[in-house]
Design a protein around this ligand. Structure first.
Ligand SMILES: [Zn+2]
Length: 182
């Protein structure tokens, strides 16, 4: 019999997963069994998966809340729950990430945002470039003007990366206006 250090139950040895020492460690550990029972181990693994899951349902949130209560209660009674989610709940999770890592995150997401909006504007220009012109020229000139405003830099000029495509679209619309019969 062996006592699970997480749930505190006294259980037969087979209720604890056997582990084999890795390689020939200097400590020459013998085959042993885990300190927590298989039931607890499975519970912890499931909680970790649930905790990391995106877009949890209400039910799943409720399960996590209940598990948090349970882990805290175990600690209160002198037991030692382990696992990723227990660590998180008990505030013993890994130390906070370094400031430089956090800065990298901020930079990455800012860069992504920049690239996304850049792509969006270029896509808009391309759309105008492909457009079959049938309506009055003003309609298109207005569209281009709006897009131009969005692609201006702090100096109130079209940013360099949009200049080429802006000129092409402007040329196309001007030609259309010139040849349009009112
Ligand atoms: Zn247990």
């Amino acid at each position: 019999m062996k006592i699970c250090k997480q749930c505190g139950r006294s259980l037969p040895d087979e209720s604890f997963r056997a582990y084999k020492p890795r390689g020939k460690g200097i400590r020459h550990t013998k085959q042993g069994r885990n300190t927590i029972c298989i039931t607890c181990e499975n519970l912890n693994a499931n909680m970790a998966v649930l905790w990391k899951k995106q877009n949890k349902t209400e039910e799943e949130d409720a399960v996590l809340a209940r598990a948090a209560e349970y882990y805290k209660k175990l600690v209160d009674t002198g037991l030692q729950p382990i696992g990723t989610y227990a660590k998180h709940v008990l505030g013993t999770a890994a130390p906070r990430r370094r400031a430089s890592e956090q800065l990298l995150d901020v930079l990455d997401s800012s860069m992504q945002h920049l690239m996304d909006s850049e792509d969006k504007l270029l896509a808009e220009y391309n759309k105008l470039l492909q457009l079959t012109l049938t309506e009055e020229p003003d309609v298109y000139q207005n569209k281009l003007e709006k897009l131009m405003e969005q692609s201006m830099g702090p100096d109130n000029k079209v940013q360099p990366r949009y200049v080429d495509i802006f000129r092409k679209v402007a040329e196309k619309f001007d030609e259309y206006e010139d040849s349009y019969t009112w």
